[in-house]
Design a binder for this molecule. Structure first.
Ligand code: C2E
Ligand code: CA
Ligand code: CA
Length: 777
């Protein structure tokens, strides 16, 4: 909005401009001046000739001289005219003009006065009178621009003329003078009116120019293209942006062209196709007909996307605003892509999967199956080979799934290594089994990623809608439960959902909540089971075995909750509790007895295992050499370097490492060499008779001997019978034994008595003391 000051500036500027224009108008038409003064000078000479009076000749010569001076003045003005902008400059010219013309008209008036005063003949008088009058009319017609000029001229010519008429002695002439006086005055009014009209015209022309300039600036600086066409479909306005936006060749869009022609030319220029042409013409017609607003999006051959808004109003015609929405559309597409697709594999994400399921469920009677796929041990691959490798594997899995399944199936990635396949119209179990078998086989093919050959299996859970749920979330959850079941059943297999899985899941959830409560309420306690040296019969150490004193379920064995604690991320906290309690308890035992603590692979590979162990030792005051940490192979399998560095640091604290359940997992003998281990515990399946084939026994003997040779202490666990103990003793390679035969795991106060009792007797004697064997479980 313009301020008052800017208004004032414009007003002053405008006034100056009008004034300059008015001054210019004085000099505007030299022809009338030339014709008028030639006639007048000639008439003056004629009066001199007719009367022979020198006064008239004198007037004629003076008028001639003045006419020449005025002509010269006009000529000078025309030369200088272009530079005259300044009102002061204009005033100088106005004064010059006024002075010359006033003298000129005064001489005219004098001439007329003389014809009357000298009583010349009536024709002479008439000639001078009419010439003077004609000049005065000219004043109003030509010199109206200057009020000063009009006034001086009217008075300089009028006063002598009227004086001549009245003083000439002719009473009739006196009457003429009376009539003439108001007539002469009316010249002034006429001149004033003309001046006012000119002023208004100049002011409005100036205003229009200003408005037009502003409008043009606004239109040309718009981000959008704009054009207008009138009722006859004729382009009346096109802004500068329009040809640029549309990519029009120069000269195609110009005011005065027909809009229809213009569009046809656009099509010929290859900017739009025929269909677009039709819809544009239709939109234009509709807007024109209904005086309504029509909006249309069109894609040019160049790929740019334009949005056209046709807005018609009766008076001004139709305004078309053209906006280039290409970038906006691209951004929208990117946002949609990000919102609905997984950026790594470009597969639909959970949101899109849900929307797809919703639409399938919406189609009444449509059935479909969901295949929930999870790669087995993906985390291990990610940890060992690095995330870029893991990502490449996921991309390859996505590629294989896409190649394997037909277009009707939707494949989504839910995050991590979880994929979901939606197979429409299939409920037949046999067909689904065939599909899952193909998926499994395809995913089982070795992957070649960054030079690594990777073999990975997949577990799958299958849920079928509508039987297994009519809500996307429920069907996905049920497939997930079936997947969990597949994982629990040893992985690399597929399971169909059945309703009992919900119960399992619910129970798991309850256990999770209870475990948190157990930590808060200190419901965990440790039982201890002695490990006895086969040669001396002395207790070398006791293994701490976790028990959960549940307020309702009583004592819960670790097998029932350790797995869940690992899954829900509570195992590290539990491990710390165990370390603390075990170290404190061991402080109450003789120095010769160590304590063995089971540490989960997850805890072992976490960030804080060293601090946790050091903390427990520090708080209890137990010497590191009296702590044995039992690890299963899974703790050592993943990243050799990381595992090795942890083992080395534990060793530096004096802590010994015992490899638990040896013989059950991969049982790579390479562990024995590559890691600083002090003990191995041969799994009880070798001792208990579950593997009592000759081959197993031979293997057991072989491993035990090998370990002994490597300097490791060999422990046999799960010794339940005297016969087993006998066999182990005969083998010669076993250093220590553990099992129900010797003692069951004991709660804290009892284990201390047990240690004392063991110190007093020989091993055989102990074995024969049955009450001890029964112990407490
Ligand atoms: P494990 O480390 O192999 O522990 C030995 C298991 O065998 C114990 O079961 C013990 O009671 C049992 N056992 C001992 N002698 C005999 C025998 O002669 N015959 C038979 N059949 N079994 C015997 P428990 O206490 O139920 O522990 C089961 C597993 O739970 C342990 O196996 C260990 O892997 C895990 N666990 C126990 N305590 C902890 C703990 O504090 N932390 C972690 N992370 N895991 C623990
Ligand atoms: Ca153990
Ligand atoms: Ca074991």
């Amino acid at each position: 909005m313009p301020t008052k000051t800017s208004h004032r500036v414009i007003d002053q500027g405008l006034r100056d401009e009008v004034y300059v224009s008015l001054v210019r108008s004085l000099y505007a038409d030299p022809r009338t001046l030339i014709v008028g003064s030639s006639g007048t000078v000639l008439a003056a000479f004629v009066t001199g000739f007719m009367t022979g009076h020198p006064a008239f000749y004198g007037c004629a010569f003076v008028l001639l001289a003045l006419a020449l001076v005025r002509a010269a003045d006009v000529a000078q003005f025309r030369v200088a005219a272009k530079q005259i902008r300044d009102p002061r400059e204009a005033t100088r010219w106005e004064i010059r003009y006024t002075v010359f013309s006033s003298i000129y008209v005064f001489v005219l008036g004098l001439w007329s006065f003389l014809t009357f005063a000298l009583q010349a003949s009536p024709p002479v008088q008439l000639l001078a009178f009419s010439m003077t009058l004609a000049n005065m009319i000219g004043v109003a017609g030509r010199n109206y621009g200057s009020r000063m000029l009009v006034m001086t001229q009217l008075s300089f010519a009028g006063v002598p003329l009227l004086a001549g008429l009245t003083l000439g002695g002719n009473s009739h002439y006196a009457i003429v003078a009376c009539v003439l006086a108001p007539f002469l005055l009316s010249f002034k009014t006429i001149a004033d009116k003309l001046r006012a009209t000119l002023t208004t015209a100049v002011v409005s022309a100036k205003h229009e120019r200003l408005l037009a300039a502003r409008l043009e600036a606004a239109l040309d600086n718009m981000a959008h293209g704009l054009c207008m066409f009138d009722q006859n479909g004729m382009l009346s306005l096109v802004n500068r942006r329009l040809p640029a936006i549309v990519g029009l060749p120069a000269g195609l869009a110009e005011p005065g062209r027909r809009i229809g022609r213009f569009l046809v030319r656009c099509r010929r220029a290859g900017l739009i196709g025929s269909t677009q042409l039709r819809s544009l013409v239709l939109a234009a017609r509709l807007a024109l007909r209904d005086h309504s607003e029509a909006r249309l999006t069109t894609t040019l051959a160049s790929g740019r996307i334009l949005e056209l808004t046709f807005r018609a109003s009766g008076a001004t015609g139709t305004v078309v605003v053209i906006e280039d929405i290409t970038e906006q559309r691209q951004q929208e597409d990117t946002i949609r892509q990000l919102a609905l697709y997984d950026p790594l594999t470009s597969l639909p994400n959970r949101s899109l999967l849900k929307a797809h399921l919703q639409s399938l469920i919406g189609e009444a009677g449509k059935s479909f199956a969901i295949l929930f796929i999870d790669l087995d041990h993906f985390k291990k691959i990610n940890d060992t080979l690095g995330h870029p490798c893991g990502d490449a594997l996921l991309v390859e899995v996505a590629r294989r799934l896409t190649a394997l399944l037909d277009g009707a199936s939707l494949i989504a990635r839910l995050g991590g290594d979880e994929f979901v396949v939606v197979i429409p119209d299939v409920t037949d179990r046999a067909r689904l089994e065939a599909i899952t078998a193909r998926v499994s086989a395809s995913l089982l093919q070795p992957y070649e990623i960054e030079g690594n050959a990777i073999v990975s299996s997949a577990s799958m859970g299958i849920a079928i809608s509508p039987d297994d749920g009519r809500d996307p979330d429920i069907v996905i959850r049920n497939a997930d439960l079936a997947l969990y079941d597949a994982k629990s059943s040893g992985r690399a297999c597929a399971r169909f959902y059945d309703s009992s899985m919900i119960e399992v899941a619910r129970a798991r959830r309850i256990v999770e909540l209870d475990l948190r409560e157990a930590l808060a309420q200190d419901q965990f306690e440790l039982f201890y089971q002695p490990i006895v040296a086969i040669g001396t019969g002395r207790i070398t150490s006791c293994e701490a075995l976790l028990r959960w004193r549940h307020p309702e379920r009583g004592i819960v064995a670790p097998g029932d909750f350790i797995g869940i604690a690992e899954e829900v991320g509570l195992i590290t906290q539990i491990g710390c509790v165990v370390l603390d309690k075990a170290c404190r308890e061991a402080m109450l035992w003789p120095d010769s007895v160590s304590v063995a603590v089971n540490i989960s692979a997850i805890h072992f590979r976490g960030d804080a295992i060293i601090e946790d162990v050091a903390g427990a030792l520090g708080r209890s005051g137990l010497d590191g050499s009296r702590l044995v940490i039992e690890l299963t192979e899974s703790a050592l399998m993943q990243d050799d370097a990381q595992a090795l560095s942890i083992l080395v640091r534990l060793r530096e604290m004096g802590v010994r490492i015992s490899l638990d359940d040896f013989g059950t997992g991969y049982s790579s003998l390479s562990y024995l060499q590559s890691f600083p281990l002090q003990k191995i515990k041969i799994d009880r399946s070798f001792v208990s008779g579950r593997r009592e084939t000759q081959k197993d026994q031979t293997l057991l003997v072989g491993i035990a001997r090998l370990c002994k040779e490597l300097g490791l202490t060999v422990v046999a666990e799960g010794v339940e019978t005297a016969e087993q103990l006998d066999n182990l003793a005969k083998m010669g390679a076993i250093d220590e034994v553990q099992g129900y035969l010797l003692a069951r795991p004991q709660p804290t106060p009892l284990v201390r008595d047990l240690i004392t009792a063991f110190a007093a007797r020989s091993l055989t004697a102990k074995v024969e003391r049955l009450p001890l064997r029964r112990g407490l479980r």
